[in-house]
Design a protein around this ligand. Structure first.
Ligand code: GLN
Length: 472
């Protein structure tokens, strides 16, 4: 299967004419036909003939290609606006919304010659951890169809795991790339705030939102990241920080690297199998010469309250534009979960409560920034779980809103701080469910995280496993 190959292998095979872009895109559609009914990863599948025509054009221009993404099929979370292609954010509020322009991340991928084949299912507006808070039906986990694929970028992760595309662009406000990556056995990168332009992203919480790649391997993430990162005149918060050649730096030696193990992240509430598999990964990395050190992030417990006050506050403001007058359907189409967040945010921002909630949360956010900074002076990166448990059964989080929030405990503190975090596969439960770990680094040190992940993946094969569903 071509879709087992890495981007580098595909680019080389295309160049050597071992197969064509058309063959590759055809294979995506074969797998979509076989698996998507079961998984429900797509909201919009690009018309097959249009995609194949696009692929044939890419075959013709292959000799002039400057990017390894030329002719490579990918998908976007349905949170990115795409000119003349329906964009819903998984909500009936935007059921028929056809954007007039392209998100920068999408435009950059088009310029590189990549081929869009779909817009993916997700938790509406990014609100959720299980891709069930969607008006388009839940996304099922390819490793167990009765379980959640994670969220909110669940459609992305499920599509990569079931080989319906090569890579995907997700959005992470408090774990939405990392959570589904961990539950579907793929790799995902939450970038430093401002590393990738947010122009054309349907906003959840603007000071947390980040745009990042999801793929089968860290090597693929690096190739996509170097294509999409950089300053954008349309996004004033995008950073002018120079964009390294991430994929060329992957092989750099890992001399003198120290990784911190924060005690608070491995305590009560963490599933034993998740804990044990991460500890085995630590042993694997020790063999590569990486040193580990116990550290402490005492504010850990405050991550959820900070996130779930500032996130809803920003979303209550961002979603005010969907008033049913300028565009979109009426506000009654917001789901219960989204209505709850709008109400919490409006409450936290209202006069009389602003000082007690929103302002207080912003102060703790500043303390978190200091705490991560301090921790990262003692080590180069920090290792932690992504999710407290493996993929949950469908309905479990949807029917228990509080549990839904608690599941995010390990992924919500990085976004208020802005630091990057890489989620990669590190094992399976006895039942065969994927387990992920995350490596958090200093601002703009995606290169180091990718190097660590790359070397780990050279010495492990978790990321090469695929669900039984597609083995048959
Ligand atoms: N699960 C988190 C939430 O529900 C994160 C979502 C995200 O990153 N978009 O807010």
């Amino acid at each position: 299967m071509l879709l087992e190959k890495t981007i580098n292998e595909l680019a080389e095979g295309l160049r050597k004419k071992q197969f064509s872009c058309e063959d590759l895109v055809k294979e995506c559609y074969e797998n979509i036909e076989k698996y998507n009914k079961k998984i429900n990863a797509f909201i919009t599948i690009i018309d097959k003939e249009t995609a194949l025509k696009n692929a044939r054009e890419k075959d013709k221009t292959l000799s002039k290609a400057t990017s390894r993404l030329h002719g490579i099929p990918f998908v976007l979370k349905d949170a990115y606006v795409t000119k003349n292609i329906k964009t819903t954010s998984a909500s009936f509020v935007l059921k028929e919304y056809i954007p007039q322009y392209n998100a920068t991340v999408y435009q950059k991928l088009l310029d590189a010659g990549a081929i869009l084949i779909g817009k993916m299912n997700m938790d509406a507006w990014g609100h959720g951890s299980s891709s069930e808070n969607t008006d388009f039906g839940p996304v099922k986990n390819p490793y167990d169809l009765e379980r959640s694929a994670g969220g909110s970028s669940g459609g992305n992760a499920a599509a990569i795991a079931s080989r319906m595309c090569v890579f995907a662009i997700g959005e992470d406000t408090g774990g939405s790339i990392r959570n589904p990556a961990a539950w579907c056995n793929i790799s995902g990168l939450k970038v430093t705030y401002g590393r990738v332009s947010r122009y054309g992203t349907i906003a959840y919480a603007s000071s947390f939102d980040s745009v990042g790649p999801m793929a089968k391997s860290v090597e693929d993430l690096a190739i996509v990241l170097e294509t999409i990162a950089g300053k954008d005149k349309y996004d004033a918060t995008s950073s002018p920080h120079s964009v390294p050649n991430y994929s060329q730096e992957l092989k750099n030696s890992l001399k003198d690297i120290v990784i911190g193990i924060p005690r608070e992240f491995f305590g009560k509430g963490l599933d034993k199998e998740v804990n044990d598999e991460i500890m085995k990964a630590v042993e694997t990395m020790k063999k590569l010469g990486i040193r580990f050190k116990n550290i402490s992030i005492p504010l850990f417990d405050y991550g959820l309250p900070v996130y779930y006050l500032i996130g809803p506050s920003e979303t209550s403001s961002n979603l005010a534009r969907y008033d049913g007058i300028r565009y979109g359907e009426e506000r009654r189409f917001f789901t219960e979960e989204t209505a709850r967040r709008i109400m919490i945010g409006t409450y936290a921002l209202s006069s009389g409560y602003y000082d007690a909630y929103y302002k207080q949360a912003q102060k703790v956010r500043t303390l978190f920034i200091e705490e991560y900074k301090k921790a990262l002076t003692q080590c180069d990166a920090i290792i932690m779980p992504v999710m407290p448990t493996p993929a949950v059964k469908l309905g479990e989080l949807l029917n228990d809103p509080l549990q839904n929030l608690l599941a995010d405990i390990y992924t919500v503190s990085q976004n208020p701080v802005g630091v990057p975090s890489l989620a990669i596969p590190c094992g399976f439960t006895k039942e065969g469910l994927p387990i992920g770990m995350q490596l958090v680094g200093n601002m703009f040190e995606e290169d180091l995280l990718l190097q660590l992940g790359y070397h780990y993946q050279l010495n492990s094969d978790w990321h090469k496993q695929r669900p039984n569903l597609i083995k048959i």
